[in-house]
Design a protein around this ligand. Structure first.
Ligand code: URA
Length: 277
């Protein structure tokens, strides 16, 4: 090895030792689209137009990682495979196993733990957020960081806690660098959260934030438009009551919206009371 290559290898090893074990681009990359574009061409690779996307840098060697790089399927193939896996699951343990084994997304490669759910699956309310952050990834539980602390306060405001509520996310794996999930990612994981809702079968579904609301409700409006309105989610021939609310992370940035959030929580409390025998 010449000196320059030796130096570069040492520098990469140093970054890896400092914990920089993933390479992030400035912009979100749609790897499904990239993969589809690469596999749909019949031309041999050397005859294709040069890609306008930035080249992926060489991966940093990580001798402790046992993960085998997965070949990305197209988004449609990944979604179809998610749907097939999810529909075969008849309980939550099977669903969690299926999600751990699902190879249709690269998110699994950069995350540490699957974040499946927390709380009581027998509870009347199911709360669905966007995606795990760093704390959730480390602990394998949803909403355990700063946003989670506010979510716990929101639950407590209507006499709920994690023994009387069930919590999950649209994505079970942390997007690297806490970036916002792409639509391709939320669509690929949609069959899993749909089956998750079906298996938990709550009386009330609370969609926490814009990503959860638009992904589950299939509506283009932002959270400001849909929040605070009772909607319905059809599953297995019955309609589950749905309330979209502001995400706690958004409320931390926009505290003046807490008044609206409070109103939405009271509506949930009212509805819960009406369900009591
Ligand atoms: N934000 C989310 O949407 N979900 C989590 O689990 C944590 C933060």
């Amino acid at each position: 090895m010449d000196n320059r290559r030796l130096y570069a290898a040492e520098l990469l090893a140093l970054h890896a030792a400092f914990g920089s074990d993933e390479v992030l681009a400035e912009e979100t990359q749609d790897l499904y689209a990239e993969s589809a574009a690469n596999t749909s061409s019949t031309e041999p690779p050397h005859q294709r137009e040069p890609s306008t996307l930035p080249k992926k840098p060489a991966p940093i060697p990580n001798p402790t990682s046992q993960r085998i790089p997965i070949a990305l399927e197209s988004q449609d193939a990944a979604t179809a495979s998610a749907r097939k896996l999810a529909s075969a699951c008849t309980n939550l343990a099977q669903l969690a196993d299926a999600m751990v084994g699902f190879e249709g997304s690269t998110l699994r490669q950069t995350a540490t733990n699957l974040v499946f759910g927390d709380g009581n699956p027998q509870a009347s309310t199911m709360w669905i957020g966007e995606a795990p952050g760093a704390d959730e990834d480390r602990l394998g539980k949803p909403f355990v960081g700063v946003s989670g602390q506010l979510l716990d306060l929101m639950l407590a405001a209507i006499n709920l806690d994690r023994e009387h509520a069930y919590i999950s996310n649209i994505l079970p794996w942390r997007p690297p660098g806490n970036r916002k999930p792409t639509t391709a990612e939320t669509e690929v994981f949609l069959p899993f959260i749909q089956r998750h809702i079906e298996l938990v079968d709550p009386d009330i579904l609370v969609l926490v934030g814009g990503t959860a609301a638009s992904t589950i409700l299939r509506r283009p409006e932002g959270i400001t438009k849909v929040r605070g309105r009772w909607l319905s989610y059809e599953v297995g021939g019955r309609g589950i009551s749905v309330m979209p609310i502001y995400h706690p992370a958004y409320l931390l940035r926009q505290p003046t919206l807490k008044r609206d959030a409070w109103r939405d929580l009271l509506a949930i409390k009212e509805r819960l009371r009406s369900l009591e025998p």
